[in-house]
Write a protein that binds this ligand. Sequence first.
Ligand code: MN
Length: 204
Amino acid sequence: MAYELPPLPYDYAALEPHIDEATMKLHHDKHHQTYVTNLNGAVEKHAELGAKSPEELIKDLASIPEDVRKVVQNNGGGHVNHTMFWQIMKPHGGGEPSGNIGDQIKTDFGSFEEFKKLFNETTAKQFGAGWGWLIFEGGKLKIVTTANQDNPLSQGHYPILGNDVWEHAYYLKYQNKRPDYLAAWWNVVNWDEVNKRFETAKKK
Ligand code: MN
């Protein structure tokens, strides 16, 4: 198998009460596993692809053989997105953003509160399944959304953070109330990891 499901870096119940144990189990063990399984299925047909990292695959979708391109876009994206997602959350996370990302958020959005408001509003409006992202473009932070499992890497942008707004990410606990999930999610953000990603984004 070219690609493997990374273990969740904390217990399934560790993000309670903001993200419930049942959601985490399904999300990691079933949804993320399915992306990995489908990605492995696609690269079996083209052995040269399996030598690339999942990030490399989705960075240059035009180079992927056409018969598996959509499968790689969806499932390679799903694998990369969720691998990041588990890492940028942690138990007892949240609070005000620390370090350089905290400073940049103040510079570009005025305050953390203003940033959160704009991120939540923008992401709440993503129609159907998708993600809300923070990227760094032209020396400024920018909030964008993508549909399905599309990742900003495919448009040349390194995602600093992203929140999953597929219904599978919140429906068991929040049902149709996506804005409540979005508001609660900030309580589990791992700002140390987001700062590391910001440093990487700045070097791109
Ligand atoms: Mn998901």
